[in-house]
Design a protein around this ligand. Structure first.
Ligand code: FNR
Length: 342
């Protein structure tokens, strides 16, 4: 199957496969505060990821590019939304465009539309330093995401089978490129062990890409005749993963993502210790079903609702929200207890 066809297949299946909803957000409850002592006008949504300053913690996570005209249109639309809402955006994997220059326009469009925005390049862990430099130059990226997608590769009949030396390649990229590197999962969650390995080689930003939203095992299983169904429920929930990573490696900047759909989900992601919140499948679905104005309106609503939630909690800044009292119950509590967190 051609790479372009696979990209379109992924988008169609991502929209139809549905959300697994095992992200764990229902296990998190904020502790109500009756004396917040602030005005809603004082809420400041700015955040930082290492040296990157963002005007909002909400961003559009990596999705597409490299599938011809169809993915160019999607990336153009996402870039318009990102610019209009003043949020950061990641492109999908650029490996196709590094191998074939004809695929470059579907990525370059993002920088053309949004010359001054914060844009992240994206490659898999098979990438070399040279690939990383090309991906960054292609869109004048402000950061580089490197995705880890072992389960997706295993479930894809044409996927990679050799996962050796990924950490070594990431280390070389971290050492030799100028922009911040974000290592991300794609919906299976990141463990404290993985985060520690990444921190030890100099990675400063990770995106947990937790289980409970877009599920690439289910998506890839839909495309093959012999299904590997045992991977369908494989992964660490978004809530458990954020706590694992942020409690174990305190100097890492954590991005929370995986099944995030509402401002309350986003507030919980931040309160568990993340500094930014990635939205992928939910934004794509809204864009394709309802168009650019609806997605812009939804992101504006997310910003105002997040400000109201922060007002109720008495937290003027994202830094304060990261330390707000909360109660963790259910599966997330059980998981964290089993894994040695109090
Ligand atoms: C993705 N995702 C993804 N991630 C990545 O690093 N590189 C990529 O090329 C892609 N491609 C891609 C295509 C489509 C159609 C979707 C829906 C997603 C994964 C994405 O960035 C994110 O990690 C997961 O989708 C989990 O977040 P949501 O969708 O549950 O919000």
């Amino acid at each position: 199957m051609s790479r372009a066809k696979r990209k379109i297949d992924h988008i169609e299946h991502a929209l139809s496969t549905g959300q697994a909803k095992a992200h764990g957000f229902e296990d998190i409850t904020f502790v109500h505060q009756s004396l917040p002592d602030l005005s809603t006008t004082q809420i400041d949504l700015r955040t930082t990821l290492g040296e990157l300053s963002l005007s909002s913690p909400i961003f559009i996570n990596a999705m597409t590019g490299g599938g011809g005209e169809a993915t160019l249109k999607i990336n153009e639309a996402l870039a318009i939304v990102a610019k209009e809402c003043g949020i950061a955006m990641a492109v999908g994997s650029q490996m196709a465009a590094i191998k074939d220059p004809n695929e470059r326009p579907s990525f370059e469009i993002v920088r053309k539309v949004n010359p001054n925005g914060v844009i992240f390049a994206n490659l898999g862990s098979e990438a070399t330093v040279e690939d990383a430099k090309r991906a960054i130059d292609m869109i004048e990226a402000n950061g580089l995401q490197i995705h880890l997608n072992v389960i997706q590769e295993l479930v894809m009949p044409e996927g990679d089978r050799d996962f050796t030396d990924a950490l070594k390649r990431i280390e070389q990229i971290v050492q030799q490129i100028e922009v911040p590197v974000i290592v991300k999962e794609v919906g299976f969650g990141m463990s404290k062990e993985t985060a520690s390995k990444l921190a030890n080689i100099g990675v400063r930003i990770v995106d947990v890409g937790g289980f409970g939203g877009t599920n690439f095992a289910r998506i890839e299983n839909k495309r093959r005749s012999k299904m590997l169904t045992y991977f369908n429920d494989w992964g660490i929930s978004t809530t458990a993963s954020i706590v694992e990573v942020s409690q174990t490696v305190p100097f890492l900047y954590v991005i929370g993502s995986g099944g995030v759909r509402t401002a309350l989900d986003a507030a919980k992601v931040l309160a568990l210790g993340a500094s930014a919140v990635g939205f992928a499948g939910y934004f794509l679905k809204l864009l394709l079903e309802e168009g650019i104005p609806s997605l812009i309106e939804e992101i504006e609503n997310l910003h105002s609702d997040l400000s109201l939630i922060m007002s109720a909690l008495g937290t003027k800044t994202i830094g304060k929200l990261q330390r707000v009292p909360l109660v963790i119950r259910g599966d997330t509590h059980h998981w964290l207890t089993e894994r040695g967190f109090d």
